[in-house]
Design a protein around this ligand. Structure first.
Ligand SMILES: CC(=O)SCCNC(=O)CCNC(=O)[C@H](O)C(C)(C)COP(=O)(O)OP(=O)(O)OC[C@H]1O[C@@H](n2cnc3c(N)ncnc32)[C@H](O)[C@@H]1OP(=O)(O)O
Length: 217
């Protein structure tokens, strides 16, 4: 697991995205007691939101690189897998470290791998030999069982359960409360609807819903 050197309350964090995912990231970062200062970056149209105690900087293209260099770590907080990937690429290109936010109540096996830029929320479990790629969201109380793979930029919603050896392809979205049986693969850029039970492999670019999950027409 990469935690980029735990030091209490000394680092400055920039959260890129001040929407719902941004405030959830703030909550997680505060619980970690790792950051001395936490601010936001977002586009102006959304900028009427106030988050007391935290500055929301306007996201102007030409200023992004300069601004993020004023912080020790950046987390990209967007529910869109595409936007997260795009913005993470900008952060990496600027040479600023990505934060990895792991809520203190999440249980991560020391033998699991959580890549940089992930947000792992309260009560989530990542079990032994599981691998979670760059920029994933593992939401509240999701369970990623032993030997699972979540490729880069996956969004795993609250209360999702993945049985052992299940796999989720890059940029897929796994809806709230769904279950992926052990040894099942969900392809890349696929969507699993809320509450679905996935009992067969899902091809790339496919949306499935229901119990058992079937392709949505
Ligand atoms: C912290 C957070 O809030 S994290 C976010 C949590 N949110 C989620 O997990 C939402 C996940 N999204 C869904 O489940 C969505 O319904 C999707 C992506 C599967 C489909 O969305 P859309 O393409 O907009 O589908 P739409 O609402 O038009 O429904 C199309 C059909 O699929 C059915 N359907 C849609 N979602 C589901 C579902 N989860 N389970 C079963 N059937 C479904 C609808 O009933 C409808 O059926 P009909 O044509 O027979 O009437």
């Amino acid at each position: 697991m990469e935690t980029s050197g735990f030091t209490k309350n000394t680092k400055r964090l920039l959260i890129w995205g001040a929407g719902d995912q941004g405030t959830v990231a703030l909550d997680c970062a505060l619980a970690m007691k790792r950051y001395s200062r936490i601010d936001f970056l977002d586009i102006k149209e959304k900028g009427h939101r106030q988050i007391p105690g935290h500055t929301i900087y306007e996201e102007a293209k030409e200023k992004v690189s300069e601004l993020i260099h004023g912080y020790d770590e950046v987390i990209v907080a967007s529910g869109s897998n595409y936007l997260r990937e795009k913005k993470i690429a900008q952060v990496l290109a600027a040479g600023v470290p990505l934060a990895t936010l792991i809520h203190p109540t999440a249980v991560i096996s020391p033998l699991a791998h959580v890549a940089n830029g992930c947000t792992i929320l309260a009560g989530a479990v990542v079990n032994i030999n599981a691998y979670v790629g760059i920029g994933c969201i593992v939401n509240t109380h999701a369970v990623i069982e032993h030997d699972c793979l979540a490729e880069d930029y996956v969004n795993i919603c609250p209360q999702v359960s993945m049985g052992g050896h299940a796999k989720i392809g890059r940029r897929s979205f796994i809806g709230i409360g769904s279950t992926i049986l052990d040894h099942i693969t969900v392809g890349r850029e696929s969507i699993v609807g809320a509450g679905a039970v996935v009992i067969r492999d899902v091809p790339d670019g496919t949306t499935v819903v229901g119990v058992p999950a079937k392709r949505k027409h």
